[in-house]
Each structure stands twice: as C-alpha cells, then as structure tokens.
Design a protein around this ligand. Structure first.
Ligand code: SF4
Ligand SMILES: [Zn+2]
Length: 318
C-alpha cells in the first residue's frame, strides 16, 4: 500500500465550531500549471494514475481514525479536481470514503466543473451538512498584476469569480487561499495587497486562509532569497494584517520564526506564532492584540522597513 505524501489528524474551525479534521496530501501525476515562482510542490510527480491514488486512500483508511474526522481536507501537489491528476474512479473512491463528512478539496479554478462537483457532492452528502463540499482555490491575491508578475499563477480574478459561480451552482462552498508577500513587493506593498484582498473577498468566499510566504527549495523565490533580494514577511506584518481584517481569516505561519519562513528577530517569534495558531482556531482577536502590543526591539526595525523600503523599478515589458 502506498503512503500519501502526508496525512495528519488535527482540528479546524468551521463556522463557529472547532471540528476534528484529517488532512491528506495525495501523490499524483502533479500540477499541470507547473510555473508558480514560490512553489516547490510542482516538482512532486508520481506515475501510477488512478491505482496510485486509490492505493493511498486505502492506506489512509487503514492507518487513520477516519470515523473520528468530521472534516477531511484533501490536497494534491496540484488540483484534486484535475481529472488527469485524480481520475474519475479515484475521485469516486474518495467521495465514497468521505461520505457524511465536510470535505475541503483544493483545485485550480480551471478544473471547477459544475457536473463533476455535483457528482462528487451526491456521493458525500448524507443531508447532515448544508454545504458538504468546499472548493479551495489558491487565489493568492485579488490583484491581477501581482498574481501575474510576482507569482505567475496563470489565472485572473475573473477566472476565479467564474469558478466560484460554477462551484455555487453545484452547491459547493468556496475557500480562498491568499499569499502574503510574494516576490518583488516591499513589506508595505505586500501588507496593503493582503488587506485589499481580504476586504474584496468578503461575501465572495465563505472562508479565507492567508499563507505568509515561505522560501521553499528549488524555486525561483529561493534564487532571489539566496541573493538577498527577498525576505519573507515579518510576523508583525502577519499580525497587523490579521488584526485589520473585518472578519476572521485563518493563518498557519508555516516555518514561522525561521529564516525561510515569516520571522521577526528570533526572540519574539515563538509567542507570536503560537498566538496566530490559537487565533486561527478560536477567531479570538484579543490573542493577536496581546502579542502585537508586547515590546520587542525588532518592532522598530519593522516600522523602519515599512516606512523606508522602496520597490525595485521592474520593467513591465521587455
Ligand atoms: S502553486 Fe499550485 S498552481 Fe502553482 S505551480 Fe504550485 S501546485 Fe501548481
Ligand atoms: Zn523581536
């Protein structure tokens, strides 16, 4: 039996509840877009097609307490609803395995097809949840020029909106992932972009999760980072964006406190990362303001960066 790339049990917030969840990252043939500047998942490619995916789902069934999980979050290193990655038989197997659960499945917008989602929902739906399936899309930002130039994501805000309409027609919910501080932005530009994105998604996405950018291996982002041309966001920035949000945004600062992840000075990082994780689960903003108001010498450095960092004048054309 093949192990998935990763699989773990945890907890997730859904509406006002905290639910036991299972997160599964499946090995597949890989992402067909294969271009984003900060992404190392795109190098993950495995032959084996439908059988490979089903085999990993069997492994999950044997090695994890599936009945305990109310929510299942399923990712590939690409798109769950790309039929090349997860062929129809494997998607059917997954849906039957996850019957009666809240399923969150990540996909690029071009693979959101109403018919496909309707079929998936008809298999998982037992009438317990109003919206048993949520489609999660890595929108990254609402600003097309940043998504294009800083990320090379290959789709537009309009494409995203079109996909959300199709998902809603099928009866699915929509979750958006945002990327805090992609390449080529100053700290202030990045924060402004996240604040703008969070506001623009109100009423469009049911849930928003913000990922502070990390420097993954073998990426274009790493190339710039190694040459001193990129710094991941300060944890102060993560706090300030979350604090300014008009609604609860979840955030898991992966690599928090490390040089490749969102970080401050090294002294104050741990407490802030813990506060952000607790806030994600409880939506209690006082957890954020408590650490945001604490004194640390690096706060002045962050404020200086916000005021003085200037963007490079990158040409828009060749
Ligand atoms: S970020 Fe997503 S869409 Fe972009 S290359 Fe990576 S897996 Fe593909
Ligand atoms: Zn500090």
């Amino acid at each position: 039996m093949e192990r998935p790339a990763a699989c773990w049990e945890g907890q997730d917030r859904y509406g006002n509840e905290i639910l036991p969840s299972l997160t599964i990252i499946l090995k597949t043939s890989g992402c067909r877009h294969d271009r984003c500047r900060m992404c190392s998942y795109r190098h993950e490619r495995y032959p084996g097609g439908e059988e490979l995916v089903i085999d990993q789902l069997r492994w999950v069934q044997e090695h994890h307490d599936l009945p305990k999980a109310v929510m299942v979050k399923v990712y590939t290193s690409g798109s769950f609803f790309d039929p090349c990655e997860v062929p129809a038989g494997a998607a059917r197997y997954a849906a039957e395995l996850f019957t009666g659960k809240l399923v969150v499945a990540e996909t690029r917008p071009e693979y959101v097809e109403t018919g496909l989602l309707e079929e998936f929902i008809s298999r998982i739906d037992t009438g317990v949840f109003k919206t048993p399936l949520t489609v999660a899309i890595g929108l990254e930002t609402v600003t097309d020029i940043i998504r294009e130039k800083s990320i090379d994501k290959g789709f537009s805000w309009d494409d995203f909106l079109h996909a959300t309409k199709k998902a809603r027609t099928a009866g699915a919910g929509v979750k958006a992932y945002l990327l805090q501080k992609p390449l080529f932005l100053t700290e202030t530009e990045a924060n402004d972009d996240m604040e703008r994105s969070i506001r623009a998604l109100e009423g469009i996405a049911d849930a928003v999760s913000m990922n502070p950018c990390t420097v993954q291996k073998n990426t274009e982002l790493e190339y710039y980072w190694q040459r001193g041309a990129y710094r991941p966001p300060y944890l102060w920035s993560v706090l300030s964006v979350l604090l300014s949000s008009p609604y609860p945004v979840t955030c898991d600062p992966v690599g928090g406190g490390r040089s490749r992840g969102p970080h401050n000075c090294g002294e104050c990082d741990r407490g802030i990362v813990e506060a952000i994780r607790s806030y994600s689960l409880t939506a209690d903003k006082s957890l954020l303001s408590e650490v945001f108001e604490k004194e640390c010498a690096c706060r002045e450095e962050w404020e200086f960066v916000l005021d003085h960092e200037r963007s490079w004048s990158l040409p828009l054309t060749r």
